[in-house]
Ligand binder design. Structure first.
Ligand code: ADP
Ligand code: AMP
Length: 213
């Protein structure tokens, strides 16, 4: 199963990827996560990406295409993958199609998750995650079952993203509108796109996605 989760920041892509990963035994390939790891590591890619990410802009296409092209060749993608945060431009979408043809793979679905801008800002402002396993939470909408303890790994260290502040969020939403939303017609054109209402509760969004697969 090869899937793309498409949608503005805060729509719920990472949240829904968690459920899809365990259901289909396929990895979530989050380019944002990969870049944050590169920044933490201080690699050349991380050094280039840091300032761009903090400004809410996009890292250059050639770097992102190289990153994903290499990643989908890993053994853990044998059953497929969930792309989260890639593609984000038409050039990335076209490069992805070429990569898939080269490997004799195809996309099963492009799942576009929609949500109102006000909700996106509220979600991003309250987002935090487990520093040990990456499980995602929210101050109001998805608290860990036991306070201060990760549901998934039992860890007690949580973190918030540096770019999850109001100012950067506005820039990221603007970047999404201008550079990423235009790829929706690219996938709509050949029937690969399905749309899901991301304003519903987390489990209801998951059920709606499930029904489409
Ligand atoms: P994305 O990966 O699209 O940027 P996330 O999956 O990280 O978004 O979700 C952003 C925040 O909103 C997280 O804190 C998450 O717990 C919360 N969230 C996700 N889906 C919903 C939903 N349907 N309703 C309410 N909150 C949600
Ligand atoms: P995300 O975790 O998906 O919200 O991504 C965080 C940030 O990483 C974005 O605001 C971009 O700066 C950068 N980024 C992630 N994925 C891509 C991509 N496919 N193309 C360009 N930049 C990206």
């Amino acid at each position: 199963m090869n899937l793309i989760l498409l949608g503005p920041p805060g729509a719920g892509k990472g949240t829904q990827a968690e459920r899809l990963m365990s259901r289909y035994d396929i990895p979530q390939l989050s380019t944002g996560e990969m870049l944050r790891a590169a920044v933490a590591e201080g690699s050349d890619l991380g050094k280039q990406a840091k300032i761009i990410m903090e400004a809410g802009n996009l890292v250059p296409d050639d770097l992102m295409i190289k990153l994903i092209s290499e990643r989908i060749g890993h053994e853990d993608c044998a059953n497929g993958f969930i792309l989260d945060g890639f593609p984000r431009t038409t050039a990335q979408a076209q490069a992805l199609d070429a990569m898939l043809v080269e490997r004799d793979l195809r996309l099963d679905k492009v799942i576009s998750i929609t949500a109102d801008e006000e909700a996106l800002i509220e979600r991003i402002s309250g987002r935090f995650s487990c520093a040990d396993c990456g499980a995602g939470y929210h101050d109001s909408f998805k608290q860990p079952r036991a306070e201060g303890v990760c549901d998934e790994c039992g860890g007690g260290n949580f973190e918030r993203r540096k770019d999850d502040n109001r100012e950067t969020v506005m820039a990221r939403l603007d970047t999404y509108r201008k550079q990423t939303a235009p790829i929706i017609p690219y996938y709509e054109g050949d029937g690969r796109l399905v749309q899901v209402d991301g304003m519903a509760e987390i489990t209801a969004v998951g059920d709606a996605i499930q029904a489409l697969l």
